[in-house]
Write a protein that binds this ligand. Structure first.
Ligand code: ZN
Length: 399
């Protein structure tokens, strides 16, 4: 066969595969529209949790359960966990999205055009993270219907993500055998692959001085606000380097103009892609606060907690390679990125499950101008399905 003949036959076949549409777009849109009608602000996830648990059963999960997370966290509903068989013997992969949304959600009115789904502007849409739930469910259905090779799948739909990854934190991670995971959550374009997320510390500092009449006997007082301001000005804030940010977010104290204030409370955070740097900053900040309190003859109460651990994936890890190949199979360029925030992926990664965050095709999250860009949403469906097929190819042997 002449070379031009080979090109004429093989090239269209390759392009055909690239453009082959695997996911069912109508089904994705329909499920998304159903889910956004279920009000599911944080602490109110029972209804949506039951809905997706029933759906997971209907599409063939081996096991589905709703945990008792709300007993620990308050509110209603629990994390939804499901397990699906794979077609290859490979370690399971985790697929996770969150069930809760930010407010306001009540009385949602949907505006749908050819290219996007949004609201009338009075509520959020909830594509964060209902689009993620749809992508995961559609990927599982597509793999099954088209008999595509895939590893065993563990699904966790979490509650209270928006309140500080709380559902994921209390979820019993010993249920999970996965070593890799896709967290399908967040804004971004098809091709964006989030491989890095910072370590995050929250701190709360209260300076304690002594109150006194500000005009009559100020020398008997110790001004807690002055202590706090001296400590704050001794520290650097904002973007400290490429990896690191620091912020004072809340300051409160004092009762009246003419009283030397005896208490001043500060709340803030440190984030860094370099966990040691975040720990170092926290230690530096604590020492500054203590020195200032000592200098003034006051006291300081210092508390800090790690909200989540960093994610840092290398391009050579199987989960990253699989996602990159999936993106390339659609003729797109993989864009490995880091994010400044955290997702449930930080919690699962700390438990030893290497998580990559995939965007969902939405925009303007956490605002009433939130919208779902349908072309991106469908493309993310293709990427997730293809990434799962790639994971099976790379990791497993046929069963
Ligand atoms: Zn989210």
């Amino acid at each position: 066969m002449k070379r031009w003949m080979v090109i004429c036959i093989v090239l269209p076949m390759l392009l055909g595969f690239q453009r082959q549409q695997l996911v069912n777009r109508e089904r994705m849109t329909e499920l998304f529209l159903q889910l956004v009608q279920i009000d599911s602000g944080s602490e109110n996830e029972a209804e949506i949790g039951q809905f997706v648990a029933d759906l997971l059963k209907r599409i063939g999960a081996e096991e589905v359960l709703i945990d008792d997370a709300s007993e620990k966290l308050g509110g209603t509903g629990g994390n939804v966990f499901a397990r699906f068989k794979g077609t290859v013997s490979a370690p399971p992969v985790l697929l996770s999205a969150h069930l809760d949304t930010v407010a306001p959600t009540k009385g949602i009115r949907i505006v749908r055009t050819e290219t996007e789904i949004k609201t009338d502007g009075t509520t959020i849409l909830g594509a964060d993270n209902k689009a993620g739930i749809v992508l995961i469910i559609e990927a599982i259905q597509t793999l099954q219907e088209r008999n595509l090779p895939h590893p065993p799948i563990e699904v966790v739909f979490t509650i209270r993500e928006e309140k500080g990854l709380l559902g994921a934190k209390v979820f019993d991670k010993t249920k999970l055998k996965a070593r890799y995971g896709f967290i399908v959550d967040g804004a971004g374009k098809p091709g964006d692959l989030i491989v890095g997320s910072p370590t995050h510390f929250r701190f709360e500092v209260t300076f304690i001085g002594k109150s006194a009449h500000a005009g009559v006997e100020p020398e008997k007082g110790i001004n807690a606000i002055v202590m706090a301001s001296e400590a704050i000005s001794a520290m650097k804030w904002g973007r400290l380097d490429e990896d690191t940010t620091a912020n004072v977010g809340v300051i409160e104290g004092g009762q009246a103009m003419n009283i030397v204030p005896d208490r001043c409370r500060i709340v803030g955070e440190f984030r860094s892609h370099n966990p040691k740097r975040a720990e170092g900053l926290l230690a530096e900040w604590k020492s500054i606060c203590e020195k200032v309190a000592q200098k003034f003859g006051g006291k300081v109460e210092f508390s800090a907690e790690k909200s989540f651990d960093a994610i840092s994936l290398s391009p050579n890890e199987p989960i990253v390679k699989a996602a990159m190949r999936a993106v390339e199979s659609l003729g797109l360029k993989p864009n490995l990125k880091r994010m400044g925030g955290g997702t449930d992926g930080n919690v699962f990664t700390a438990h030893g499950i290497r998580c990559l965050v995939l965007p969902t095709g939405g925009e303007n999250y956490h605002s009433t101008s939130e919208r779902l860009v349908l072309a991106d949403f469908y493309a993310m469906g293709e990427i997730l399905v293809r990434a799962l097929v790639e994971l099976a190819k790379g990791n497993g042997s046929e069963k």
